[in-house]
Design a binder for this molecule. Structure first.
Ligand SMILES: NC(=O)c1ccc[n+]([C@@H]2O[C@H](COP(=O)([O-])OP(=O)(O)OC[C@H]3O[C@@H](n4cnc5c(N)ncnc54)[C@H](O)[C@@H]3O)[C@@H](O)[C@H]2O)c1
Length: 360
């Protein structure tokens, strides 16, 4: 393990390269919570809980809440089940929820904790690379409503965020690649040198990517600290997500669901195309982004006859039809502009672009 690093946000510290169990105990020793709960999914219960529990004495007192893995469980129904479990186990406002898992667990657990009895504390211990570099940071918590992503939620920050990269050793390769999408995004919106460093990595694995966790955290933190409730600047972090979320929703209920990062990667090609059309981002930069994504991500899934339905999902509120949506786009790699108006026709053209480019 490297030397621990502490990255202080206005509301909580992010502890990087620490032993999670020991760090959790050190935090809990300074508090007097009435009860402790650990939320996990089936995989983090199997792979990550033993590692955490091995070094935490206090965790022996905790009650365990285990959900099925998968995006479909980031739902209001599972949130309601968790509120019921907390109630049955006499949780109160002085109880702590420890979220041990990927972005599903931190989004869902953060939401459940923040709304239970008008809010109890929670701690995030991310176990996927995507949650370490992005999802567990920044205070966005919530659940999906049917196929619409993150429709119900609140801004609410953890009291402590503990990153122990040993958890990543059991993570599937496709999940490591998925995280790379959010890491590239950090470079694209804020730091051309970081983008180029990432683009130069020949093979995505833990050895090549974990050294970059800190840089991604610092870029995300820089946006969140300045605009915690996404009134302006923070919207840059949505680059790739307007179309990416629609792709994720569209394929969610099919035989071939996309991982969050896979959907964002395709969304970034589409939104890089729009960046070139609407903000004159240089064409060679569009090509660089799309080649990088084509090199690392699965990309064969969108068909021409699916474009209209996906564009509708981007505009999922029908009342917006005929109007324009605000996107965050790049004027060049490393620099993002927010509130750029995009029409449905332009979104369809961007989707046609990815269908064409990905079939070649
Ligand atoms: N709140 C935010 O700011 C934010 C930002 C980005 C993404 N997100 C959300 O995050 C979610 C995606 O997060 P994710 O990619 O971490 O997905 P995830 O939580 O579903 O984890 C991916 C898979 O890996 C398994 N897993 C987790 N840790 C493991 C480990 N150490 N070893 C073995 N298996 C492990 C999980 O059980 C799951 O099957 C999406 O819902 C997305 O919308 C939120």
């Amino acid at each position: 393990m490297n030397q621990p690093t502490i990255i202080q946000t206005p509301e909580y510290p992010i502890l990087l390269d620490v032993n999670a169990g020991q760090s959790l105990d050190a935090f809990l020793n300074t508090k007097a919570y009435s009860k402790l709960f650990v939320l996990m999914d089936e995989n983090t219960y199997a792979h990550c809980y033993p590692l955490l529990a091995a070094d935490s004495e206090i965790l022996l007192e905790a009650e365990l809440l285990v959900i099925d893995a998968g995006e479909e469980n980031k739902s209001i129904a599972i949130a309601a089940q968790l509120w019921e479990s907390l109630t049955e186990a006499d949780a109160d406002r002085h109880t702590l929820l420890i979220n041990l898992g990927g972005g599903i667990v931190s989004d869902l657990g953060g939401f459940v904790a923040s709304t239970f009895k008008r809010g109890m504390d929670f701690v995030n211990i991310p176990t996927t690379l995507l949650a370490m570099v992005d999802a567990s940071i920044g205070g966005k918590t919530g659940v999906n409503l049917g196929r619409f992503k993150n429709q119900i939620g609140v801004f609410s920050s953890p009291k402590h965020l503990i990153i122990d990269v040993r958890f990543l050793e059991t993570l599937a390769q496709e999940q490591i690649v998925s995280a790379f999408a959010e890491m590239i995004k950090h470079g694209l919106i804020a730091d051309q040198n970081y983008y180029e460093e990432l683009a130069a990595i020949p093979h995505l694995d833990l050895k090549t990517l974990t050294p970059h966790i800190e840089k991604s955290i610092r870029i995300k933190k820089q946006f969140v600290d300045q605009d915690p409730n996404e009134k302006g600047l923070r919207k840059a972090l949505n680059f790739g997500h307007s179309i990416g979320h629609a792709l994720e929703s569209f394929f969610m209920e099919t035989q071939n669901p996309l991982l969050h990062g896979e959907a964002v990667a395709l969304g970034m090609i589409a939104e890089a195309y729009l960046s070139n059309k609407l903000l004159e981002m240089p064409i060679h930069q569009l090509k660089s982004i799309q080649e990088l994504i084509k090199t690392h991500f699965k990309h064969q899934r969108i068909k021409a006859d699916q474009i209209e339905a996906i564009a509708e999902l981007v505009f999922h509120d029908k009342k917006k039809e005929g109007k324009k949506l605000n996107f965050s786009l790049l004027n060049q790699i490393g620099s993002c502009k927010i509130n750029i108006q995009v029409s449905k026709k332009e979104i369809e053209n961007a989707l046609k672009y990815i269908v064409y480019e990905l079939s070649n």
